[in-house]
Design a protein around this ligand. Structure first.
Ligand code: DI6
Ligand code: FE
Length: 410
């Protein structure tokens, strides 16, 4: 007997190669022990619903998608940067503010001063907004501690959020985010500390799942990233990279050389970077929220990425500086409006490709028998509505590992 069977809904399985959205109209999906054990057309159920499952949930004729997967966030941080938002509206650029000691470094000060409890409380509010939009997996980066103790503190907060908000959390160590104030005279020493001390400590403690870096004029050079990536690999950690966001330092090609899970942002990506990513199977993570908030005009080369067969994920980049957005659906809307993704690509990007970008596609990201039963159940008539509406409450229920966490099905 199954634990739970959901009916009266269409399924957007998000599997590739079949109909749009991998749709199964008038479908049914069943879970046992937290995993999907059966899905298909309701007419193909092997018996009457009540004879098949302990709980039968009716979904009002809406759509069931995989729970949303936001594969790139920095949602743990102290304080906020509303003041910097005002300065930018008065004409200061993001880079000017960063070079003047504001920007990321100001969040580092606030994050170092915050306790674990402070950080859990402020971040829990942001995660709650996201789970109310069907989020079941989120990646959370460190990068506002910039010393071992505070980076570990941030990753511990990330883990605590998973249990508290009932989401799956992937933790990424972003040591090369900004140069901490105490190392301004000696960048090489900081890069060495990250590679030779912090990464082995993170790996030894099982504190992080992957390593990221900010490869940028105001961040770190490709050589510095290269050095840190070899340490990550030597310690058995996956890598990913903030690449080509504000300029082209050929970070995506470097990431591809390390078979990175993803290269993210990519506004200034060139043709060589696209081919390298295609060859390596590195996912392109598009972050339209940062593009929007920075009023960027250089578009990522979406059509060329598509043509080269590079997989496209969409993520929120929730952070206090360039993307104060706690809404995966808003990121999907922006991916369509600003980057010209189709609504189907946007949803694929926030489910299947987000999961691939986290190395979790075997377990989540599509509706398939054997995967974790993480579902978002929506009051929509067509899945395109998920990218279409702005600010409308669309979620009917959220299911994590077979358990209804939020909302209710009759
Ligand atoms: N790129 C971004 O958009 C964020 N980090 C990064 O490497 C910005 C983070 C911040 O401004 O606090
Ligand atoms: Fe980011």
């Amino acid at each position: 007997m199954w634990d739970t069977l959901w009916i009266d809904a269409h399924l957007a399985t998000m599997t590739a190669g079949g109909p749009a959205y991998g749709a199964i109209r008038d479908g049914a999906i069943a879970a046992r022990d937290g995993r999907i054990v059966w899905l298909g057309a309701r007419g193909d159920l092997p018996g009457a619903p009540e004879t098949l499952a302990k709980n039968v949930r009716r979904c009002g004729g809406g759509w069931i998608t995989p729970g949303l997967v936001d594969c790139h966030t920095h949602l743990v941080f102290g304080d906020d940067r509303a003041r910097e938002f005002e300065l930018r509206l008065e004409g200061a650029s993001y880079e000017e503010i960063a070079r003047a000691g504001g920007g990321i470094v100001s969040t580092v000060k606030a994050t170092r001063a915050a306790t674990v409890d402070d950080l859990v409380a402020s971040a829990a509010r942001r995660v709650a907004s996201m789970t109310r939009q069907g989020l079941t997996t989120v990646e959370i980066k460190s990068g506002y501690g910039l010393d071992l103790e505070n980076e570990l503190k941030m990753l511990a907060v990330a883990s605590a959020l998973g249990a508290r908000a009932k989401v799956r959390v992937r933790r990424t160590f972003l040591g090369l985010h900004a140069l901490p104030p105490e190392f301004v005279e000696d960048r090489a020493a900081y890069v060495q500390l990250v590679a030779d001390v912090m990464i082995p400590a993170m790996a030894g403690a099982g504190a992080a799942d992957a390593v990221d870096a900010f490869c940028e004029g105001i961040g770190f050079t490709a050589d510095e990233v290269d050095y840190v990536f070899s340490a990550a690999r030597a310690n058995g950690l996956d890598v990913k990279l903030h690449a080509e966001q504000l300029s082209n330092l050929h970070g995506a090609a470097l990431a591809a050389r390390y078979a990175a899970l993803s290269a993210d942002h990519l506004e200034y990506l060139d043709d060589a970077g696209i081919s390298a990513m295609a060859m390596a199977g590195t996912v392109a993570v598009l972050l339209p929220g940062a593009f929007y908030c920075l009023r960027e005009t250089q578009l990522p080369p979406v059509a060329k990425l598509r043509a080269a067969g590079v997989r496209l994920a969409v993520a929120g980049d929730c952070n206090p500086g360039t993307s104060p957005i706690a809404s995966p659906l808003m990121a999907m809307n922006m991916a369509c409006t600003l980057f010209r993704l189709t609504p189907e690509e946007a949803l694929v990007g926030m489910t299947r490709e987000g999961a691939r970008a986290l190395g979790m596609l075997d377990d989540i990201g599509t509706l398939e028998a054997g995967k974790a039963c993480d579902l978002a159940i929506w009051d929509v008539r067509e899945p395109a509505e998920l990218s279409y509406w702005i600010g409308l409450d669309l979620l009917r229920a959220r299911v994590l590992a077979g358990e209804t966490i939020e909302g209710e099905e009759a």
